[in-house]
Write a protein of this length. Sequence first.
Length: 242
Amino acid sequence: MAENTKKKLKKPDVKIVLLGDMNVGKTSLLHRYTERKFKDTVSTVGGAFYLKQWGPYNISIWDTAGREQFHGLGSMYCRGAAAVILTYDTTSWQSYVELEDRFLSLTDTANADCIFAIVGNKADLTDSHAQASNPDGEEGNQPARSSFSSSSLQRKQVNREDAMALYGRVLHYKGLEEKTCLPAERMVFETSAKTGYNVDVLFETVFDLVVPSILKKRNEVESTVDLEAPSKVKRTKAGCCA
Ligand SMILES: Nc1nc2c(ncn2[C@@H]2O[C@H](COP(=O)(O)OP(=O)(O)OP(=O)(O)O)[C@@H](O)[C@H]2O)c(=O)[nH]1
Ligand SMILES: [Mg+2]
């Protein structure tokens, strides 16, 4: 029985991590993508992962806890990550600031060629999207569960240009040159887990971008096996002659 369960577990080929302050909507984004709905969440404890089959590949997506008390776990979750999705709440300037202040250094344990996406969630609540996606101004205009006092910082909206600037600073932090990396226009997303706006595009863009990392890892494994091959052949011959 235990053996059967073991066999059914798929081994992830690659890891993607969602990082960002509490309440920005990381869990909601993952629910929206995997379950196609917006549902009530509770603040994540530690972390949880979801396995996504993408073509022939298995991709694990790690949903981490944004709460300060779990901060120490962040770098552990990022270890060996092929992509990190840095998430903020478009209606909370503080959540944007926290990405650089608190979360970016956690990605030091990620792969050297890790891909970064910057995601501004709750786009349905910003001036430009609120009218279109929520014409009656019902629940979406209520402030969501909050981790901060109602400071002016929290109320200040974050726009796409701010996110593009952050992307540039992330590359700089990583010692990468912008012109040799994926462009900000492609890696900055505004999403709404509530309406579903841009959620599939976000995840599926990232899935496509980590495929080369899977292939590279497989090639490395194969060349290691090749190096070992002659000694295996020798052993077989010896066994045959004995
Ligand atoms: N209006 C709106 N509310 C959202 C959106 N995404 C999440 N929320 C709300 O924001 C709150 C926090 O969402 P979560 O998904 O639990 O946030 P989280 O980032 O996982 O938080 P932690 O697990 O504590 O790190 C909940 O009340 C959600 O319903 C969105 O796109 N629009
Ligand atoms: Mg969560």
